[in-house]
Design a protein around this ligand. Sequence first.
Ligand SMILES: [Zn+2]
Ligand SMILES: [Zn+2]
Length: 74
Amino acid sequence: MGCKYCGRALGYHDTRCPLYEEPNAKYKCQACDEGIFPGDEYVEFNGKYIHYDCADIYELLDLFEAEIMTMEDD
Ligand SMILES: [Zn+2]
Ligand SMILES: [Zn+2]
C-alpha cells in the first residue's frame, strides 16, 4: 500500500505530499528561504545565495546593503 496522502510508494512522496521531505539543499536561498537544489539557477554574492528567479533587484540591493540615494539638485 502506498502513502495515504499522495498514493505513492512510501519513501517516494509527491513533492506536494505533506510527508514529502526535501532533499538536503547545499545552500538556502536568502530571498525565499527555500533550498537551492541541483539544476536550479542561482546567483552568488559575498557568500549569499539566491535563486535566479528570486533575484529581484530591490531584494538584492537590500540584501547587499546597498544605499539608495536621491541625487540632490544643487
Ligand atoms: Zn506521500
Ligand atoms: Zn528563492
